[in-house]
Design a protein around this ligand. Structure first.
Ligand code: SAM
Ligand code: SF4
Length: 335
């Protein structure tokens, strides 16, 4: 069914056709850039959307023009009823994807295939076992790496997300691009972003310009190809001549892509966020449980979306740490 109204179009004419749904605030890793060492206060289970509520709320968005859904978290695959949720959502006319840390994807290959989930983004920030342990505070490198190989072999559309941190993993950029020689995957370098409790500092960020400087040193201009980006793509895509895969850069900090933003985010406790960087939220689950229509609240949240990066439109504002703590930790937003 096509959009019935302009519920999902904001005051800047951006039509929102992409919904990212966080299924849980829990995770089997503890990435330093995503969550504080002490963890985050978790919502009581009764405050989280059930499988039926995820479906019903997602369906309302689909009825109003959403054509793409990505499941995220926390770690979406730790949710016990993940298979049930996937199966329910697969009955909607949408393209489905998931963002996962990859630890247990090997157990879900058949479910992904059966439910036509093709787009799988796996986070992997280092190819070095010890550094992986340092950043995730857990020892699962082999599992994640082998699962990326498995997904590629099984023919999924695999993207590997690498959050770059200065003097930690920026020395691995060329190694990551090297993976795309024989693997048909897309490696995406993500600029480190500020959220509550992640000790962000602009000096820790590796910018698009810095990444390209390194890439240009490793590959001549004849070898480096700039690829056509898909509409609403947040990534600037490249490949190396003769390599099977590609790589890209997501520059939310140094070069935001808000003009073409088509994303909305639903948190595991049923709140709608109109922007990753905005601290304002609309409690859709509360209304849904009271038996009220969630459509006016969705329309209001979409119309309130700011032009650039929520309340952090300038780099100066991004640097204000009091604004970081107004927003949630990334683990409870879903990326
Ligand atoms: N657990 C899953 C995973 O790690 O892929 C899904 C949730 S995670 C919050 C989604 C994405 O957000 C991951 O690719 C992660 O690397 C990214 N992310 C988390 N914190 C970030 C930050 N501070 N800056 C940039 N990306 C971040
Ligand atoms: Fe967990 Fe993903 Fe956050 Fe890492 S980035 S702590 S894997 S939710």
């Amino acid at each position: 069914m096509g959009p019935k109204t302009n519920t999902l179009t904001d005051t800047f004419g951006r039509a929102h056709s992409y919904l990212r749904i966080s299924l849980t605030e829990r995770c089997n890793l503890r990435c330093t850039y995503c969550m504080p060492a002490a963890g985050v206060p978790l919502s009581p289970k009764a405050h989280l959307m059930t499988a039926d509520e995820v479906y019903a709320i997602a369906k309302t968005f689909v009825d109003h023009g959403v054509t793409k859904i990505r499941l995220t978290g926390g770690e979406p695959l730790v949710r016990k009823d993940f298979r049930e949720i996937l199966q329910k959502l697969a009955s909607l006319p949408v393209r489905m994807g998931i963002t996962t840390n990859g630890i247990t994807v090997d157990r879900f290959i058949a479910d992904f295939k059966k439910n036509n989930l093709k787009d799988i983004n796996v986070s992997l920030d280092s190819l070095d076992v010890q550094k992986f342990k340092d950043i995730t505070r857990r020892d699962y490198f082999e599992r994640v790496y082998n699962n990326i190989l498995l997904l590629e072999k099984e023919g999924f559309n695999v993207k590997v997300n690498v959050v770059l941190i200065k003097d930690f993993n920026d020395s691995e950029i060329v190694d990551f691009i090297g993976l795309t020689k024989d693997l048909n995957i897309s490696v995406r370098f993500i600029e480190f972003m500020p959220f509550d409790g992640n000790k962000w500092n602009v000096k820790k960020m590796v910018s698009y310009a810095e990444i390209m400087k390194l890439v240009n040193t490793a590959y001549t201009s004849e070898k480096l190809l700039r690829l056509q980006d898909a509409p609403n793509d947040t990534t600037k895509n490249y490949s190396i001549k003769g390599f099977k895969g590609s790589f890209g850069i997501i520059s939310s900090v140094s070069n935001p892509f808000c003009d073409s933003c088509n994303r909305l985010r639903l948190t595991a406790n049923g709140c709608l966020k109109n922007c990753l960087f905005s601290s304002s939220e609309s409690n859709l689950l509360g209304l849904f449980r009271e038996g009220k229509s969630i459509i006016p609240s969705i329309a209001k949240a979409v119309k309130a979306k700011q032009k650039i990066r929520g309340e952090m439109d300038t780099l100066e504002k991004l640097k204000e740490s009091n604004l970081h703590s107004k927003n949630r930790s990334m683990i409870t937003i879903g990326g």
